[in-house]
Design a binder for this molecule. Structure first.
Ligand code: SF4
Ligand code: SF4
Length: 213
């Protein structure tokens, strides 16, 4: 049973989508519910064709400009999917300039995995890719999804550091890099990061680390 429900409500004069968590749930439960939003062409999407379309096949695809640091579950799945060890995966698919600053960002503009406007690793794409949607969200829901995605990304950074795959964050940082470095510092000892470090898949990461039930 999935304890997550989607609802609509007005906030600051705008209609937004929110989720309520009504009992124990995991990141997988959230992803299952969230996918229905991406697959729903009746939902307003700012960048979708005609504002109402499926995310699948979107031509103004958010993947062209996305800043993606994969969460740790997807980082491991991507490397396995490509048949690469972690060092080779990082060397081939992550932006050199950010690697020099100790940040594991996928090669961008467009994303290294975008082929003919389609994600070539859709089944193992990262949380930030799965959870981004260009529709108004209620504040608490937006905060929750970004907290989960960036906690997962922080776990990747910590895993890479622990395994000698990257250096600590420093050097030439953009304003977004600095924001991420701040989040990394904030999340590094959190239960959420510990959970991602131990998880084999998203059902191993309880939402309770990110939300007050
Ligand atoms: S969330 Fe991304 S893929 Fe979906 S409609 Fe918006 S821009 Fe397109
Ligand atoms: S990993 Fe896939 S979904 Fe994510 S930005 Fe790259 S192409 Fe888009």
């Amino acid at each position: 049973m999935n304890n997550i429900e989607v609802y609509n409500a007005m906030e600051n004069g705008k209609l937004g989508i929110g989720i309520s968590v009504n009992g124990p749930a995991t990141v997988k439960d959230l992803l299952d519910v969230w996918q229905t939003l991406c697959d729903d062409e009746s939902i307003f999407k700012q960048y979708a064709e005609g504002n109402y379309a499926l995310c699948k096949g979107c031509k103004l695809n958010c993947c062209s400009t996305a800043y993606v640091i994969p969460d740790l579950v997807s980082f491991k799945k991507m490397a396995f999917h490509l048949g690469l060890d972690y060092a080779a995966f990082i060397a081939g698919y992550f932006q050199q300039e950010k690697r020099d600053a100790g940040i594991l960002r996928l090669k961008p503009n467009p994303c290294v995995f975008l082929r003919d406007n389609i994600c070539s690793i859709y089944k193992v794409r990262s949380l930030i890719c799965r959870l981004y949607i260009c529709t108004p969200l209620l504040g608490d829901t937006e905060e929750l999804i970004y907290k989960i995605a960036w906690t997962g990304a922080a776990a990747t950074q910590i895993f890479a550091l622990q395994n000698g795959l990257t250096t600590g964050v420093g050097g030439a940082l953009s304003s977004f890099d600095r924001l991420f470095a701040h989040l990394l510092d904030e999340y590094k000892n959190s239960e959420g990061v510990k959970s991602f470090l131990q998880a084999r898949d998203y059902q191993d990461v309880p939402l309770q680390h990110f939300i007050t039930l």
